[in-house]
Every structure is written in structure tokens, then in C-alpha cells.
Write a protein that binds this ligand. Sequence first.
Ligand SMILES: [Zn+2]
Ligand SMILES: [Zn+2]
Length: 251
Amino acid sequence: MSDYAHSEVKVTVLGCAGSSYDEELRLPCSSYLVETHETAILLDCGFGSFESYSLLVPNSRLDAIFVSHAHADHVADLEAFMDAADVWRDQPRLVASEQTTASIVREPDALPPGTLVLARVETHLELPFLEIAFSLTTHQMPTLAACVSVGGRRVAYGADTGPTWVIPPHFVGADLAILECTLETRDESSSRFHLDAQEVGNLARELSARQTLITHVPPHENGEVRLATARGVATKENFLLATTGLQVMLK
Ligand SMILES: [Zn+2]
Ligand SMILES: [Zn+2]
């Protein structure tokens, strides 16, 4: 039995902890399932996301996994997904840039044809029932943001990025934006490859999505302050704080 209407797109947070995996807390890291009744794509598959999948959405069947970059909090469970035949509708399919693929796939030639799908900033990728556009963010390694068009809705996923990410026009006005907020408040020692809550507010304003999901908060830190700060910066935007298991219906 399905829990959402035929015209809706369902987004499920399989994990949203940022930057590290805490063995004690066992908070799953970045992973977002975007699905309709026809198709499903997983945006990243960090530590713990495979277990979340089994617990939260065991009946979903994937058509693709998009991996934004090769940090473990975004890709650690890839092998578990690729090896589990029953999570796929048809065949395993990995969407990633050339650089990311080179660092996460050990034997590309051993994979069945069609498993690896190249993500390129210059071209929109078309898969059955969905289309994806990409954009290079500003992070420690080559990292792609993705804008997924599916079921008449759009999800703009910023992956990991610093505040200097240049948002392409076609990412603007999505039904849902997913933005990392690794830092509460930036200081001189903060990484320029991540966002603080003020910067999330600014980017959210620029993205003007119907809803903005704040995510990638490190374990042991509190997202509520980030949420309040972002709301203060972008008063017209509609913010949500990601938690594992959260489901957002895009109507
Ligand atoms: Zn990350
Ligand atoms: Zn990263």
C-alpha cells in the first residue's frame, strides 16, 4: 500500500548528519530519497543510509543513486546499495561526475553496461521519468549540486558547498531546496567549503524554493538555532529542519 497520492512526489530523509559519523549516536549521514509512483532516485548515500532505507522505505525501488562527491558522509553506503539486488527496480545505476566516479568505483570495467551514468555540468541528464541538471559547488573536492525534475516537481539539492556557490538560474524556484548548514555561525577558523546559518538564509532567498530543508548539522549540535537564524535572514522563505525519517510531500 502506498502512503501518498499519484500526483505527489515524496521526499524521505534517510540521513542528514553532517561531516562525521558518530558510532555512539549512530546518526545516519546525508541521503534523500526522491520518489514518485513511477521512479525513485537517491541523492547521496552516507553512513547509515542503507539501514535507514531498510527501516523506513523497504518497499521503495530505486532507479538511480546520485553521488554528489566522494566524502564518506555522502557515499559510505554505496556498495551496500549497489550489491542489494532487491532495492533496484531494474538494475543498479550510479550517477556521478567523472572525478567522483574515479574515486568511488574500484573496477568500473567489471560493472554491467549502463551502471555508470556520467553527470556533467554542461548537460541535462535524462532518465526515464526524471531529468537532472548539475552545478559545481565550492567544496574541498569536485562536488555537484543536482536539480531533479520529477513528476512535475523540482528538488534542488545543494550537496556540500561554501557560500560562493553560483546558483544556476534553472535551480531557482524549485518545490524543495535542500541546503547544508554545517556551521552555526562562521568565525575566522571556519571552513569556507561549508555554509553557516546566515549564508543558508542568503542562498535560500536566492533559490526561492517553496520549502527549504536545512540539513548536514554535525552530530552533537543543535539545528534549532540554525533554523531560527535562517528564518531571520530570509523571512519570506519556508524552512524545515531535516531529521532522519522526515517525509516531505511535494503536492
Ligand atoms: Zn558532507
Ligand atoms: Zn563534503
